[in-house]
Design a protein around this ligand. Structure first.
Ligand code: PHE
Length: 376
């Protein structure tokens, strides 16, 4: 009797072990700024990731398994991304990581993913150094040498600006990089940088009037503010209160529903480059906008479809690899070509960056009007 019980137990145990192994979810880790100074970056990109995950799982998952996402909030704070990613890899056993939006935070976490040989896919970090960390680090967005050129060209050709002022967030790798690339193109194509000032972002500086006063004195045709939305909104407000009337220009860091909430009408008529416009008539975009609005009851900004594309591409690569083995998934990521994403056609180049178009938007009240698409 004892023997029978024993073998019965073995069979039962073996069976549960096998079924639980078969049904085990594929864990994708995500680190994002769900709170803090750039909370909309994290909230909206992770909304995009969730939407993609839901669709993938509703369609049967990947390799016969469901995708499970584990998300860690890095609070928009330095020091948090590294602990978030360490936990996702060691405790949650994530086989790949999605994150971050902000370049400085991706730069902090990337060496940990590289060291652990876990593929990391950034939805929105545009500073070129991010993917230079190593061969496990990818992104599904364009990089700032391109974005800087887009806005410098726009200033010269569309705004007919000859003289600009630049206001840089020196605590932000993205901002410092974008200033450099903007300046390179602008000054080598006949433009002049009349004055350059700086500040510390991430919620540190709130009063920009000293910088803006010297900018006003230089009488620029436009002001380039390559920072994040929180400061850009305040800067616009203070610039207008000092009587500065020229347009402000920014990059994708402005892309947030909070921009015009903070800046109010001071933001109207200002321009920024980003990855996506909800006004794009492409059916793929309109389908995404519809699904997003149904699920989250809000209009998507640029981060949402980037998160969506990152998750979709990752799932596709796991499928292509036929395994969750990190080295094979990494390999599949290097081969992504002409993927039709919501944020455009994505090809991962040999530096693990996405080659794709940017859009320029004009702030108009609570919405941003589509102005132009600029191909790489
Ligand atoms: N590109 C920005 C950075 O690298 C982050 C960002 C991406 C912001 C997409 C908005 C939209 O820091």
């Amino acid at each position: 009797m004892k023997e029978i019980m024993k073998s019965l137990f073995c069979i039962l145990f073996g069976f549960t072990a096998i079924t639980s192994l078969c049904a085990q979810d594929i864990v994708i880790g995500e680190f994002a700024s769900l709170t803090g100074s750039e909370a909309t970056f994290g909230i909206n990109s992770s909304n995009g990731v969730e939407l993609a995950k839901q669709e993938i799982n509703n369609a049967g998952g990947v390799l016969g398994r469901k995708i499970k996402t584990v998300i860690e909030d890095d609070q928009s704070k330095p020091g948090q991304p590294s602990s978030a990613v360490k936990k996702l890899i060691a405790s949650d056993k994530a086989i790949a990581i999605v994150g971050e939006i902000a370049s400085s935070r991706s730069l902090e976490a990337a060496p940990i993913c590289q060291e652990a040989k876990i593929p990391m896919v950034s939805p929105g970090s545009t500073n070129p150094r991010v993917t230079e960390v190593g061969d496990y680090i990818f992104r599904v967005c364009f990089i700032d040498p391109f974005q800087g050129t887009v806005m410098a060209k726009f200033a010269l050709d569309n705004l007919k600006a000859k003289k600009v002022a630049i206001l840089t967030d020196v605590r932000n790798d993205y901002s410092v990089g974008l200033t450099k690339y903007f300046k390179e193109y602008f000054t080598s194509h006949g433009g002049q940088v009349a004055v350059e000032r700086s500040f510390s972002g991430g919620g540190t500086d709130k009063d920009f009037r000293a910088q803006l006063t010297s900018i006003k004195a230089a009488q620029p045709d436009a002001i380039f503010v390559p920072g994040y939305y929180t400061e850009a909104g305040l800067i616009a407000k203070q610039a207008r209160s000092l009587g500065i009337k020229v347009p402000l220009m920014g990059g994708d860091g402005w892309d947030s529903p909070k921009l015009s909430e903070i800046g109010g009408s001071a933001m109207d008529g200002c321009f920024f480059s980003t990855h996506f416009s909800p006004q794009d008539t492409n059916p793929k975009v309109q389908d995404f906008v519809k699904k997003y609005r149904e699920k989250f009851n809000a209009m998507p900004d640029g981060m949402a479809p980037l998160g969506y594309d990152a998750m979709m591409i990752l799932a596709d690569c796991i499928k292509t690899a036929g395994t969750t083995d990190a080295a094979k998934v990494r390999e599949a990521l290097t081969n992504v070509k002409d993927y039709e994403g919501v944020t455009g056609k994505i090809t991962i180049d040999n530096k693990r960056n996405a080659n794709k178009s940017a859009v320029v938007l004009k702030v108009n009240g609570r919405q941003n009007d589509y102005v132009a698409t600029i191909a790489p």
